[in-house]
Design a binder for this molecule. Structure first.
Ligand code: DNO
Length: 354
């Protein structure tokens, strides 16, 4: 298990590499070229310079989150082969720079979705939260305004202004794309990138849909154990892996996370481990990582990862905003550092108990 922290890169993150370096046990970061757009080929020089910055701080790049997939690939539109070629070139360059894990998602139009970015909890911390009734009242084409108003000036991953400015067009692109079509486009993409992944030993970890059900009438396909098994079998090669995101999969209370970990044994490329507190079937908020602060059993999750031989990269996920820190919602330093320590504490105890 390699503990890491997500870091958005110079100019985008309030957290510094020097701070990350001081979290015990964290050896590296998960990062990206945040300024690139889906579909662009990443410049070799930019990858090198990012790597140099990280390494000069005494850390390493343990993976990329994300290389985003262009909507033409997701919808199977006319230019998909050209965008797949670009994606392959980016993977080749990452592989040549010795980077071997890439997280991505195949969610139509929106990346992860929340109805609130700063819900106040009893202890005074604020957290990201989701309430289906609020989402049901939002006109998706105005989601941009809602998120902008909530995100305090930070650009949220997956909610880049360039995309949000084209919502009507994006919705139109997905009009004919149902679950089956989206799934076959994903398989087409994975088959096409197979040779470059195998050549450079790159593991792709698909991020589950968050929340784990269709929203705004758009299909979502990585939502539960059955869909994950279907995908892992459809392209049954080690490079086709999963990002086990406990918070995303856990948004659906029916999902048994330890059961999913067992089903994906050997194919979990990356793990995002965080806790949620369920208030009702249609409402959840993000809790501290500690089991007793939320509804999930973090010990069982870590134990199942251990028992199934997980050796990949892990990171604490969204943190609460605490101690007056101002940061991108979910991505401050303090609560994620607490999370990293707690998860490592669980891991040490599990390992020593054999
Ligand atoms: C949310 C993240 C997601 C994730 C992407 C992967 O905080 O877990 O934005 O990075 O879905 O492509």
């Amino acid at each position: 298990m390699n503990m890491s922290l997500r870091w958005y890169g110079p100019g985008y993150d309030t957290v510094t590499l020097e701070q990350i370096r001081q979290i015990p046990g964290v050896k590296g970061v998960i990062t990206t070229l945040y300024g690139t757009r889906p579909g662009e080929v990443w410049e070799r020089e930019e990858i090198r310079s990012l790597k140099k910055t990280v390494e000069e701080a005494g850390l390493s790049i343990l993976g990329i989150e994300s290389v985003n997939v262009h909507d033409d690939i997701k919808t199977g539109a006319g230019d998909r082969d050209r965008y797949i070629e670009n994606y392959i070139k980016t993977l080749e360059r990452l592989g040549e720079e010795d980077i071997h894990m890439v997280c991505y998602n195949f969610m139509p139009v929106f990346d992860w979705t929340r109805s609130e970015l700063a819900r106040k909890r009893a202890d005074g911390s604020t957290v990201l939260a989701y309430n289906q009734d609020i989402i049901d009242q939002i006109d998706p084409e105005h989601m941009r305004e809602s998120i902008e108003a909530m995100s305090a000036g930070y650009v949220m991953p997956g909610w880049e202004p360039e995309r949000m400015g084209r919502l009507a067009e994006l919705f139109a692109m997905y009009r004919e794309v149902d679950e089956e079509k989206l799934f076959s486009n994903l398989v087409y993409f994975l088959e096409a990138i197979g040779p470059v992944c195998e050549k450079y030993d790159i593991r792709m970890g698909i991020h589950p849909d968050d929340p784990a059900w269709p929203i705004f009438g758009l299909p979502r396909i990585i939502t539960d154990k059955a869909h994950i098994e279907k995908l892992l079998r459809a392209v049954d090669r080690p490079y086709n892996g999963l990002t086990l995101c406990t918070g995303s999969l856990g948004s659906n209370q029916k999902n048994d996370i330890p059961g999913i970990i067992e089903a994906a044994k050997g194919r979990i490329a990356f793990a995002h481990v965080r806790n949620l507190k369920y208030n009702s079937e249609r409402d959840f908020e993000e809790a501290a990582h500690l089991s007793s602060d939320g509804s999930m059993d973090m010990y069982r999750i870590m134990k199942t990862l251990y028992d199934t031989g997980f050796e990949g990269v892990i990171r604490p996920d969204h943190g609460r905003a605490i101690w007056g820190e101002e940061a991108m919602p979910g991505y401050g330093l303090y609560d994620r550092a607490l999370g990293a320590m707690y998860l490592q504490g669980l891991w040490e105890a599990i390992r020593k108990n054999g």
